[in-house]
Design a protein around this ligand. Structure first.
Ligand code: PEP
Ligand code: MN
Length: 333
């Protein structure tokens, strides 16, 4: 439930409503907003007695929340969330481009790619130091050394860095180095990891699980927000279907659906959706056309030698072409 205060409500009246919510054994979560002060009611089991709250001074309206997710929903917060990472803004009217290799392989590799993607138009650099691999025999990432390389890239190029955090145990380490902590598709419903992300003050990029419904994905984001971290970026990266002409099926309608339901920024990863280079640029154009707030794209200067996901990595020239093609599409909005 959401309690909407009148525009003229005094701070004492807002405090009194918060106290009344706590008095009933619920949690009060004031929601920031330019137009109105609203207070979310969380952790209620069963229906809340709206008439009791409507009777309190300064209360304008009491709105039942129809969705199981609350903090992530537009019912709680009508205005788009904008997340600031360094000088870069993500959400609302911004288009944010994240690019880099699948995995951090060496300082040289990252610096070559980072300088090229920055020049082409990327604002954030990506690269995995801890890799979730299907096979235990595949390259697992450089771990902390990889994080140090990412810090070096940030120093050299000024680009903030995004990197995946695989487990609770290494969360603190990733947080020390990364500007954005990524939770991968395979971990979307790792609830202890989501709770740990909720305690973090770093923005979290939450990928959609490969078989997750939009409701399950938004509930995963709710875990992070419920923990107190309001900086969540959603990332559609393709879901598993019967189709085999691409690694996954990019669910572009998810972008439109999420934008309707949630105020959180939503970006698209065409690389893991496609699994093959030739589809990455067309899918990127489509993602921007459908209204995504950004893209996350894998780029490698020598994809044939990449330690992971070479087949879907764009050459730097391809990435430059992608950036040039999406700009006029974005300008339509
Ligand atoms: C990645 O972005 O490096 C990654 C592993 O993606 P996903 O979790 O979407 O498979
Ligand atoms: Mn990858």
């Amino acid at each position: 439930m959401l309690i909407v205060m009148s525009k003229k409500a005094k701070p004492e009246e807002i405090d009194a409503v918060v106290k009344a919510i706590h008095g009933k054994g619920y949690t009060a979560r004031p929601i920031p907003g330019g137009e109105r002060t609203a207070i979310g009611v969380l952790h209620n089991e069963g229906a809340v007695d709206a008439s009791y709250f409507l009777g309190l001074a300064g209360v304008k309206d009491v709105i039942p929340v129809t969705h199981p997710y609350k903090l992530v929903s537009r019912e709680f917060q009508p205005e788009d969330t904008i997340i600031q990472v360094g000088d870069v803004k993500i959400g609302n009217a911004y288009l944010t481009i994240i690019a880099g290799p699948c995995a951090v392989e060496s300082e040289e590799q990252c610096l070559i790619i980072a300088r090229k993607v920055k020049q082409a138009g990327a604002q954030l650099f990506r690269g995995g130091a801890f890799k979730p691999r299907t096979s235990p025999y595949s390259f697992q990432g450089l771990g902390e050394k990889g994080l140090q390389i990412l810090a070096r890239v940030r120093e050299d190029t000024g680009m903030p860095v995004v990197t995946e955090v695989l487990d609770k145990e290494t969360f603190g380490l990733v947080e020390e180095y990364a500007d954005v902590a990524q939770i991968g598709a395979r971990n979307m419903q790792n609830f202890s990891l989501l709770r740990r992300a909720g305690q973090s003050r770093k923005p979290v990029l939450l990928k959609r699980g490969m078989a997750a419904t939009i409701e399950e994905w938004l509930m995963a984001a709710e875990y992070i927000m419920e923990g107190g971290n309001t900086q969540v970026i959603l990332c559609e990266r393709g879901i598993r279907t019967f189709s085999h002409h691409s690694r996954n099926t990019l669910d572009l309608s998810a972008v439109a659906a999420v934008k309707l339901e949630s105020h959180l920024p939503i970006i698209v990863d065409p690389s893991h959706a496609a699994g093959r280079r030739d589809q990455v640029i067309p899918l990127s154009r489509a993602a921007v056309a459908v209204g995504a707030h950004g893209l996350m794209v894998e780029v490698h200067h020598a994809p044939e030698e990449a330690l992971s996901d070479g087949a879907q990595s764009l050459y730097p020239e391809g990435f430059e072409m992608l950036c040039n093609q999406i700009k006029p599409i974005f300008d339509i909005f």
